[in-house]
Design a protein around this ligand. Structure first.
Ligand SMILES: Nc1ncnc2c1ncn2[C@@H]1O[C@H](COP(=O)(O)OP(=O)(O)OP(=O)(O)O)[C@@H](O)[C@H]1O
Ligand SMILES: [Mg+2]
Length: 215
């Protein structure tokens, strides 16, 4: 396993509080909910940001966390975390060009490991739908308290549904005011078809949280 340094975002009070309550709610979903897929209907609603912030919040209370960047089409975590020196990622592993230990990186954040996406393969959904991915996630559960999986928007490609099928639960990130109720329902329907329980919805980018929060 390689070792890397990542740069994590500065903690904003409200983001921190929101993530603490998310962490608590996740705890109430039960100990068997370890592998969680994050998705949204459309791009840019905040999936990757949410995955990072929640992972940091979980490591704060000494939970061992693995983030998997399963957005093989437009991966962003390497860039967001300013990670350098990554040689192999999930697409290498799933196409059998690397071993699992080559694609998991220990980070400078205690208890946080990362699996980055690797280069854009020609067949992302097929790789993510493979038995290998499912078996790997299942066997990694032994080593981690939580495995948080970042995926592409479910309204554009099938990848998130394929990953959700191999997860213990899914969380939908919704950008406040960005999409219609009808489209939100579409993502829920897509996920329900996979049989993966939907643990909840995160309403992201809510404006004027300050006063409204206390009111
Ligand atoms: N709660 C928030 N408040 C303000 N800005 C946010 C918030 N959450 C995310 N953002 C910003 O919104 C943009 C999109 O966020 P992010 O990359 O996490 O979305 P995404 O759903 O993963 O996008 P994609 O579908 O492209 O992968 C980023 O610039 C991010 O910094
Ligand atoms: Mg993203």
């Amino acid at each position: 396993m390689g070792k890397i340094t990542i740069r994590v975002p500065n903690k904003d009070f409200f983001v921190n509080e929101a993530n603490k309550s998310l962490r608590t709610n996740l705890g109430f979903c039960g100990k068997d909910k370890k592998v969680i897929t994050f998705t949204s209907y459309s791009p840019g609603e905040g999936k990757s940001t949410t995955v990072i912030n929640l992972a940091l919040s979980l490591t704060d209370i000494h939970q061992k966390v693995l983030i998997i960047d399963a957005d093989l089409r437009k991966s962003s975590l390497m860039h967001k975390l300013k990670a350098v020196g990554i040689e192999k990622g999930l697409s290498h592993y799933l196409s059998r060009q690397a071993r699992v230990e080559d694609v998991i990186y220990e980070t400078n954040v205690k208890n946080l490991d990362m699996m980055f996406s690797g280069p854009f393969p020609p067949n992302p959904a097929e790789l993510l739908g493979s038995q290998l991915f499912g078996m790997t996630v299942t066997s990694l559960k032994e080593y981690y308290d939580y495995i948080l999986i970042d995926t592409p928007p479910i309204g554009s490609v099938i990848d998130a549904a394929v990953v959700a099928e191999k997860s213990d639960g899914a969380i939908i990130v919704i950008e406040s005011g960005a999409i219609s109720h009808k489209l939100e329902q579409e993502s829920i329907k897509q996920l329900e078809k996979t049989g993966c329980p939907i643990l909840g919805v995160i309403l992201n980018k809510v404006k004027n949280i300050g006063k409204a929060y206390y009111d």
